[in-house]
Design a binder for this molecule. Structure first.
Ligand code: GLU
Length: 611
């Protein structure tokens, strides 16, 4: 129950004039060179500088595909869709046609940012208590019951997103665009350690589904590093989508097969995994539509920051935190610890507010405008002590009322993992795409569609697990679960300057925010901003942080009362937070594409013409 109370925090500060903020944004154009000690680009190609177009992703195969499309005259939308379908082949545990995502696009001609919400959707037949075990009446344990189930599978949105993106922004057909990923699926890609590790992390539940085991555990083991992984079944599925369009996915035999797997998960007879059935029907698939909606937009230090509006909480949360931070002078050097303290405090507020207010706007009232307004940010800023961490969880902000009013709302835990994938593209004309796509956790539901070569998502686990009718993210038929995905495009004077995004569940929001703050406020070059160690404060007492962050800032932040704790994926032991893929465009039009130098095995950044 959410009820207004007034919090007694002192109003500590004045707002800083916009003029000084604009000066700070100048840092974005005059990047400080990476320091000798900074981890910048690895020879594997995590940074590329040049012209003619730039791409960035976690995977060299996908980046190669995107670069090729740009080099051959395709635009950012063409390249983004081609890369996404490539990622569905070489990153099949993170993304693919069995999942969904959010596509943010900047059109250089109209200077307009548009978005496509291709989020998975709950089937019409889902019940409010779908996450309760009918045998006991109690919620299914999250792992392994709920995550590996038909109940968790949402109607996939990815194929519809590709079709819509090409239709609205692209210059090429779906058939042309899927060609390189079909070839990749047929010829295969070289297995690296990340792919093998992700397979091993999932081996037990993959083994419970013979169709999945046949594909991803050939001969009973995860594919060995250095071997070639081919997926001819996926090549055939993509070919049929390329030939016939989205109806090859949303109608006909494939739609029937998807529905039948979800409604009757095909378990190994010996498996003890419960794998409860879902209700997804062919009608749900035939009725799936992407949503075209306005992006969120906040002004930050003279820049326009565009993000994904609800059903994702990415745009509102990153936007709110930036609005809060804009009221401070942040800076590098000695000021870094204070800046990071404020970053953590702003982030805690943004997470309190997303929990209280953000869900699918079609089925719940979401105050998107208010959450991204400077007025609201000011009311949140006045609950922040510049010198001392607030006890957490902090309360959500009141939507109405004056001063530092807050409301009591239940703080809900969120999962932290490193699934999902993101790609960033800028083309020679200055169009840009930021596209984050996912099948939810690494390995999705663990269930493949037999003979079709792809995994089904378990995205509905993003609904709040325990039903609460006041929760904006409660389960409802036809509803999209709240996401944290935050594909972000930053422009200045109508030109793209930065494209940023990352996987990582709820840490996506903090990763995008931290990269923006590192780059815009803390004087880091983009390679440094991406490589810098991360912390992810999501309205919990101790902030999960990478070991290098704790080593570097732990002591200094303790003086602000900030507690840090080593980060850890919910499902694996990985300590890393996120796997960003970014592009920056300088004032002179030069492009810097930056992927991760280390995290998730290192990403891949490319430009059409190297400097
Ligand atoms: N399901 C998550 C979201 O939409 C993405 C998956 C992840 O990165 O863990 O926010």
């Amino acid at each position: 129950m959410i009820e207004p109370v007034v919090q007694q925090h002192a109003r500590r500060t004045r707002l800083i004039a916009a003029a000084s903020a604009v000066a700070v944004a100048g840092a974005l154009v005059t990047a400080s060179p990476p320091s000798a000690s900074a981890k910048t680009s690895k020879p594997s190609g995590s940074t590329a500088r040049g012209t003619g177009g730039a791409v960035s992703s976690v995977d060299v195969n996908a980046s190669r595909i995107g670069r090729e499309v740009l080099a051959q005259g395709g635009n950012a939308a063409d390249a983004a869709v081609a890369m996404a379908s490539g990622l569905g082949v070489s990153e099949p545990y993170s993304a693919g046609i069995g999942g969904g995502g959010y596509f943010v696009y900047f059109d250089a001609k109209t200077k307009k940012v548009s978005t496509i919400d291709g989020r998975e959707t709950a089937p019409a037949g889902i019940r409010a208590n779908a996450f309760n075990d009918p045998a006991t009446g109690k919620p299914y344990p999250f792992t392994p019951q709920l995550v590996s189930s038909g109940v968790a599978v949402g109607v996939p949105g990815t194929v519809a997103t590709w079709d819509a993106a090409l239709e609205r922004f692209g210059t090429r057909s779906l058939k042309q665009t899927l060609k390189p990923s079909i070839a990749l699926a047929r010829k295969g890609f070289k297995v690296d350690k990340t792919f093998r590790d992700q397979t091993l992390d999932n081996a037990e539940r993959f083994a419970a589904f013979p169709d999945t085991a046949k594909l991803f555990l050939p001969g009973g083991d995860a594919p060995k590093v250095g071997t070639r992984f081919r997926n001819p079944e996926l090549a055939r599925t993509l070919t049929s989508i390329a030939d016939k369009g989205p109806k090859a996915f949303y109608r006909g035999p494939l739609a029937r097969e998807i529905s039948s797997v979800v409604r009757a998960p095909r378990k190994a007879p010996s498996s003890t995994l419960p794998a409860p059935a879902g209700t997804l029907s062919t009608k749900d698939l035939a009725g799936y539509r992407v949503r075209h909606q306005k992006p969120t937009r906040v002004r930050y230090r003279g820049l326009d920051v565009y993000g994904m509006a609800p059903s994702s909480s990415g745009g509102t949360s990153v936007g709110e935190a930036l609005n809060i931070l804009e009221t401070y002078r942040l800076g590098g050097g000695k000021r870094t610890a204070r800046s990071l303290h404020l970053y953590l405090e702003a982030s805690a507020r943004a997470f309190a507010d997303r929990a209280a207010y953000v869900g699918d706007p079609r089925l719940t009232k979401v105050p998107t405008k208010r959450l991204t307004s400077q007025r609201f940010a000011n009311s949140r800023r006045c609950t922040i002590d510049d010198e001392k961490a607030a006890p957490r969880p902090v309360a959500a902000g009141a939507l109405r009322g004056r001063g530092c009013a807050t409301v009591t709302s239940q703080a809900k835990p969120d999962t932290e993992n490193i699934s999902t994938t993101h790609l960033s593209v800028v083309d020679r004309w200055g169009n840009a795409a930021a596209y984050t796509l996912t099948i939810e956790q690494t390995g999705g539901s663990g269930m493949t569609v037999p003979g079709r070569g792809f995994l089904l998502n378990n995205e509905l686990t993003d609904f709040t697990a325990v039903y609460d009718r006041n929760d904006p993210n409660r389960i409802s038929p036809g509803k999209r679960p709240r996401s944290s995905m935050a594909p972000t495009i930053v422009t200045k004077d109508g030109k793209v300057r930065l494209v940023v995004g990352s996987p990582g569940g709820a840490t996506i929001i903090t990763t995008v925010l931290q990269i923006l703050v590192n780059r815009i406020d803390l004087g880091m070059s983009l390679p440094r901003a991406v490589a810098a160690p991360r912390a992810s404060q999501r309205n919990v007492a101790a902030t999960p942080a990478e070991p290098a962050f704790i080593a570097r800032y732990g002591k200094a932040l303790a003086r602000f009362g900030q507690q840090l704790t080593p980060s850890g994926d919910t499902f694996t032991s990985a300590a890393e937070i996120g796997a960003a893929a970014t592009v920056e465009v300088g004032r002179d039009g030069r492009m810097t594409a930056v992927a991760e130098p280390e995290r998730r095995g290192g990403g891949s950044a490319m430009v059409v013409r190297r400097r």
